[in-house]
Write a protein that binds this ligand. Sequence first.
Ligand SMILES: Nc1ncnc2c1ncn2[C@@H]1O[C@H](COP(=O)(O)OP(=O)(O)OP(=O)(O)O)[C@@H](O)[C@H]1O
Ligand SMILES: [Mg+2]
Length: 214
Amino acid sequence: MRQIITVATMKGGSGKSTLASCLAVHWHLCGRSSTIIDADPQRSIARLAAREKALGGVKVVEDATENAWKTARNLASTGPIIIDTPGFRSLATLACIAAADFLLVPVKASPLDIDRMLDTLNSLLEGDEGERRFFRCVLTQTTRDSVIAKQIRAELIEAGFPVLKNEMTNRVGYAEAALWGATPSLIEPAGTAAREIAAIADEVDSIVGIRQAA
Ligand SMILES: Nc1ncnc2c1ncn2[C@@H]1O[C@H](COP(=O)(O)OP(=O)(O)OP(=O)(O)O)[C@@H](O)[C@H]1O
Ligand SMILES: [Mg+2]
């Protein structure tokens, strides 16, 4: 079944490209034909795919135009299509959000980021007819046992933004894997980072699956 999952926030550096690449590689390694649409003119994903490990062979399609959403819709893929968007508000990003079956919003666990995040989230999530997009926030770059992530999770939920149970913790392994154009699932499949990505992917699957079955 084709699913379009857009990864977006208005906040740069929140982990969009890292999460998008990790999920796509994970699903690819599970035997699903995942594709990434790189809709960011910075070309972070395309650059990763040009490195040695080439994201394990995940298909990457570059389209940073306002038609990126059409490119996603027109793909003959039978697996997840993950759209990585730029860290700023643009027509292309808004269109990719509107075209998505599911929106993932990475939120960096930083007290300095959260207020601006809450301000912009609402405008991002509002559909044309005022309905809410189908989305979840996911905490990124969290530190284990720190109160910061717990507090930010509580603030998001309080403000009406559901958050995935699983988090992407702060690990140098993500950036190290990227040096080779890889993700932790390719470098160390049984490692902690690969397992946390698997947990996030399974949670997304269960949420999207529940909705599609409904
Ligand atoms: N869980 C993590 N642990 C440690 N470092 C991380 C993690 N996630 C991302 N990073 C690092 O943080 C930086 C920003 O991540 P990334 O490029 O994925 O963010 P982005 O939201 O795509 O940024 P942009 O808005 O510029 O596109 C990168 O250097 C990346 O390697
Ligand atoms: Mg990026």
